[in-house]
Ligand binder design. Structure first.
Ligand code: NAD
Length: 423
């Protein structure tokens, strides 16, 4: 995807999210008026953000917040800082958030946002000024009852802390519930950092169960992307006794059939070294990583990495989509024909929004839970969602992706019809 993709419909990921939505709508005979409404987001905000750089120069960045649907509750979704953020990509990811929240049964809607920028190119103070100006432009658009941002690619707890503080300064009092994924000390939740990766592994364990398998030393896992999601997938796989055989960052990766040590990968990542310098195993590119022999492949970086050009060379039994939209429609079709079980993004990576929901309700109640409670509830919700999606996929003889969409879209549509059209 390139920055040239400025309109929603020009954007490949938007078109593929739409096509999947239309397919699910057709299968469940959705009311055409509801289809038309859900095809477009409720609101898209495009902001130009002036930022004073440390050199004194003022640069202008473009930021977005797209709110797709809030029929079930406040809009909810991450903020991404990445050079290739566009309104189309943001709208596609906002729509996915609507289905994801509905699928796992949360009283939340779908939104997404971000800024087209390279967050690694800023100093800390430049990043802070960018984030604060962006948040202050959004002060009437977000809020704990309205729209609750969270971290995504290129943003983290610190960015969420600046967002929370900027919003609170403008309101005149502390509003912790305006964002999730904040540091613990200002109302963050135990387990939010680990939630998405841990949830991915809970879903993998369920998928293995459907094959009469359990996770153990012979279960081999390859992970593309070693950020928040990928690193926590690796940690949970290691905790449950599985074997991570390949991992990568944007700079490249490493493959070792004997297994990689999490502590060593973390050290390389912290020091900004490529995994190609891991010391053991074979250096692999990001593309090669997808094709290494393994039981489970977890794409946990960017969209569109599994496509018609490589899907027939992928050697795993299970693909668990840690990232949003990592498989194209053609990629899906090839994997499905080859009998690869694909746990779709809106199910596999829903742990993030599930624990964000826990964080939001803890903030609203000023009552905080411990880590065991969080992980127990996370496991309960994601396991139940997996079972329901699996059952629909078996009954309707459709892929897990279509089954997940059927469930999410049906719930949103039922809520829209129950509420009726205003005025
Ligand atoms: P992150 O910024 O923490 O990490 C991203 C990782 O991907 C880094 O290791 C980076 O080096 C790598 N990467 C970047 N470009 C790449 C490329 N072209 N090829 C291979 N690797 C590349 O981001 P994150 O929060 O871990 O998010 C990763 C994905 O998971 C995104 O698609 C995001 O939307 C999705 N997701 C994140 C969360 C969450 O809670 N953080 C929740 C749901 C879904």
């Amino acid at each position: 995807m390139s920055n040239a993709c400025h309109t929603i419909w020009d954007c490949p990921i938007y078109r593929s999210v739409q096509a999947r939505f239309l397919e699910a709508s057709k299968r469940i005979g959705l009311d055409p008026n509801v289809v038309n409404r859900l095809q477009m987001p409720d609101r898209s905000v495009i902001i130009t953000i002036p930022v004073r750089m440390d050199s004194g120069e003022v640069r202008i960045y473009t930021g977005y917040r797209v709110q797709h649907n809030d029929v079930l509750g406040p809009f909810k979704g991450g903020m991404r800082y990445h050079p290739e953020v566009t309104v189309g990509e943001t709208a596609a990811l906002a729509m996915l958030m609507t289905w994801k929240s509905a699928l796992v049964g949360l009283p939340l809607g779908g939104a997404k946002g971000g800024i087209a920028c390279d967050p690694h190119a800023f100093s800390r103070s430049e990043l802070q000024r960018l984030t604060r100006r962006f948040t202050s432009e959004l002060v009437n658009v977000i809020g704990p009852e309205r729209d609750i941002p969270a971290p995504d690619m290129g943003t983290d707890e610190q960015v969420m802390a600046w967002m929370m503080d900027t919003y609170s300064q403008q309101k005149g009092y502390a509003v912790p519930g305006v964002v999730t994924g904040k540091p613990l000390v200002i109302g963050g939740s135990h387990g939010r950092r680990e939630a998405t990766g841990r949830g991915v592994v809970y879903a993998i364990v369920k998928a293995l169960e459907t094959m009469d398998l359990t996770i153990g030393p012979d279960t081999t896992v390859a992970i593309q992307g070693f950020g928040n999601v990928g690193a926590n997938v690796a940690a949970t796989v290691e905790e449950l006794g599985g074997r991570v055989v390949a991992a990568s960052t944007s700079q490249g990766g490493v493959y070792s059939p004997a297994g990689l040590k999490l502590s060593e990968l973390e050290r390389c990542y912290r020091e900004g070294r490529s995994f190609e310098d891991y010391g053991e195993g074979d250096a692999v590119s990001n593309e090669e990583l997808l094709e290494v022999p393994c039981d489970v492949l977890v794409p946990a970086a960017v969209a569109g990495t599994i496509h018609k050009g490589n899907a027939d060379r992928i050697q795993c039994r299970i693909v668990a989509e840690g990232a949003n939209g990592p498989t194209t429609i053609e990629g899906d079709r090839i994997l499905n024909d080859r009998g690869v079980v694909l746990i779709p993004d809106i199910l596999a990576n829903s742990g993030g929004v599930i624990v964000s929901y826990f964080e939001w309700i803890q903030d609203l109640q000023n009552f905080f839970w411990d880590m065991d409670e969080i992980f127990m509830q996370l496991k309960r919700i994601i396991t139940r969602a997996f079972d329901e999606v699996y059952r629909v996929s078996q009954e309707e003889k459709v892929s897990m992706r279509t089954a997940a969409l059927i469930k999410g879209v049906r719930k949103v549509s039922e809520a829209m019809l129950a509420r009726g059209l205003y005025p």
